[in-house]
Ligand binder design. Structure first.
Ligand SMILES: C[C@H](CCC(=O)NCCS(=O)(=O)O)[C@H]1CC[C@H]2[C@@H]3[C@H](O)C[C@@H]4C[C@H](O)CC[C@]4(C)[C@H]3C[C@H](O)[C@]12C
Length: 316
């Protein structure tokens, strides 16, 4: 499972991050694609004025395959599994911008500055289910895209591409974003405050203490439960001022939906866990990342890489 989240500081700077929950790593690293890099293109989705892109991913035959990424203008994207619902076109469609599913996060961060621009461009996009090569199958994903103002969720399904405004700035896995939003209505009485004492018959009842107003927030790792937990945390976390306290917010919020080894088996017989957590600060253009094995958070400043050149760069 995976969970993604976005919020802003009091000046409107975006913080955006995700948990990558899976049973193994693909050898993903921090990958920086500078402005001048000639990226291979699956179909016709060439970018006229490319922006430098930084994120977590792997490089396959010269193609930066991002799991999540951001650009220097504060737009970020993450792909999360959406099996059973995602459906892509079998072939490119004439008259549209044809983007292979594996290209989508990169194409978005490479091309646009704001969520509004992305939403507009998606009106003429076909997401094509093309493999990058024989080794890697097509991944069935949906995507969260965020900037300093808001986020959207993109779901390519049998009846076309759906773009939803994401009012809680959270995404998990299946089912659809619409379903997750409806499901939140089950939890609208959840509240950070301690409930007042009540009387049932002659019996006086009082809360155990702090946290009692949250009883009912689901604690399991299923996608609907992680969506609810992350949405509750994101909605109630006090707005922060500094870079440190916002990065702390990001990692603590994602941690509230993170998966611990041994609790949830996947169909391959291996346990699913939070392989890595990554996040982007649009205030300082810095990527942050930790892994299950090494929870110390490392930082990667865009300014420390060559953003104008022509070579892909990676960092561990
Ligand atoms: C497994 C990852 C999603 C994790 C997740 O959402 N888990 C949920 C589990 S469940 O279903 O809901 O049970 C996804 C996110 C991004 C994906 C990768 C990126 O799309 C980039 C390439 C795309 C290629 O088609 C496949 C390899 C790949 C390298 C993908 C492998 C894998 O599908 C990734 C890493």
């Amino acid at each position: 499972m995976c969970t993604g989240v976005r919020f802003a500081d009091e000046d409107g700077n975006m913080y955006f991050g995700r948990n990558l929950d899976w049973s193994f790593s693909y050898g993903e690293k921090i990958v920086v694609t500078p402005r001048g890099y000639q990226t291979p293109v699956a179909f016709n989705a060439t970018v006229a004025n490319p922006k430098p892109v930084m994120g977590v991913g792997i490089i396959v035959e010269g193609m930066p395959m991002y799991f999540d990424c951001a650009n220097d203008e504060g737009l970020a994207v993450a792909g999360l599994n959406f099996p059973g619902y995602a459906q892509y076109a079998d072939a490119p469609v004439d008259g549209t911008v044809n983007v292979a599913a594996y290209e989508l996060p990169f194409w978005i961060a490479r091309s646009f500055s704001t969520v509004d621009e992305v939403e507009e461009a998606l009106k003429n996009v076909t997401v094509v289910g093309k493999q990058v090569n024989e080794q890697y199958p097509v991944s069935f994903l949906h995507w969260i895209v965020g900037d300093g103002k808001r986020s959207i969720v993109i779901e390519a399904m049998a009846d076309g591409i759906h773009v939803h405004h994401d009012g809680v700035d959270v995404l998990a896995n299946q089912p659809t974003f619409d379903w997750h939003t409806e499901n939140l209505r089950n939890y609208l009485s959840m509240d950070p405050r301690v409930p007042e004492p009540v009387k049932w018959g002659t019996q006086e009842l009082s809360a155990w203490g702090s946290g009692s107003g949250m009883r009912g927030i689901p604690g399991d790792y299923s996608s609907p439960s992680r969506f609810v937990r992350a949405a509750y945390t994101n909605a109630h976390y006090p707005v922060q001022k500094t870079e440190e306290s916002n990065v702390s917010r990001l990692f603590h919020t994602l941690d509230s939906a993170a998966m611990v080894d041994g609790c949830a088996l996947m169909s391959n017989g291996q346990y699913e866990k939070t392989i890595y957590t990554s996040g982007f600060s649009a205030k300082t253009n810095t990527y942050y990342k930790n892994t299950y094995e090494d929870p110390a958070i490392k930082s990667y400043r865009m300014a420390d890489f060559d953003l104008e050149g022509a070579q892909l760069q990676t960092a561990e």
